[in-house]
Design a protein around this ligand. Sequence first.
Ligand SMILES: Nc1nc2c(ncn2[C@@H]2O[C@H](COP(=O)(O)OP(=O)(O)OP(=O)(O)O)[C@@H](O)[C@H]2O)c(=O)[nH]1
Ligand SMILES: [Mg+2]
Length: 315
Amino acid sequence: MVPANLTPQYHQAEQRFKAAKTVEEKIEALEEMLAVIPKHKGTEKLQADIKKRLSKLRNQGMQKSKAARYNPYRIPREGAGQVVLTGFPNSGKSSLVGALTRARVCIADYPFATQVPVAGMMSFEDISIQLVDTPPLTGEGVDPGLVNLLRQADLILLTIDGSGDTCLEEIEISLNLFQQKKVGLEEKPCLIVITKEDLPGTQENLALIREFVPPQYPLLTISVFDAGIERLRPQIYAALNVIRIYSKTPGQPPDLRTPFVLKKGSTILDFARSVHRDFPQRLKAAKVWGSAKFPGQAVLRDYVLQDKDIVELHV
Ligand SMILES: Nc1nc2c(ncn2[C@@H]2O[C@H](COP(=O)(O)OP(=O)(O)OP(=O)(O)O)[C@@H](O)[C@H]2O)c(=O)[nH]1
Ligand SMILES: [Mg+2]
């Protein structure tokens, strides 16, 4: 075996490696060892060894920096639609998500209680809809993560504390911000929920609020301490503009447990596409129960489906 003939420089670097505490320090020392190691047959095995340790540490480092880049605003859509709740501090976002889902939200009587988005599933009849609680909006700047979340949402739910002196300003600032940040209110619905209906201040402000809000925004008034909050489930579902379609295999009863959720206005062809991507080409006939003139009526592929229709596709 050829002697390694390691240099003092190498030994120093090796000492630094042994003393290193962080992944970064270790990587740096190993790189130095590799740079100064005499390159000949006798050190080949040692060189390979250093390279192996380096790549292992670099992988660790990458995972660490991935964790550092973790984005709490990245919330994958789940269920029949994603509803993002937004609004000024203390306006009742977390209380709503807490009342309608099992998500562990932070509710507090001081502002800025919520620091990262929290998602929960709201059940409505036989489907569930994702509600996302978020940190508050303010008049001064908005987190780009929140803007992205609003852009990707299927429905925006703006909460306004009806009892507050600044409720009209909050509505104005929020709607302006949605426009400035182009969150897509041209094609996506936005519900304005006036919270704290139980407080006398809200009752006093309601007439003003109704006059102030542009007519294209549906206004709801609720209290989380009142059973009326349950009305929100169907109202959120309705605002999502989707329909549920149950599929039926020929000769069998329909599958009423797991509906397909489609955009309102979807046709037989759209439904066929969501069942299987080959179905539109293979589709020979379709029958509809529900909105059809009579149960099991044969319909064409451009037939517009309605909520709760049962569809039998023949391919
Ligand atoms: N009286 C009354 N109080 C409410 C209602 N909804 C929420 N609150 C109270 O208002 C305070 C703020 O509620 P949160 O749900 O934490 O408000 P938030 O919008 O999530 O607040 P941030 O996370 O700071 O943005 C809490 O003390 C709630 O109990 C309501 O309908 N009626
Ligand atoms: Mg909150």
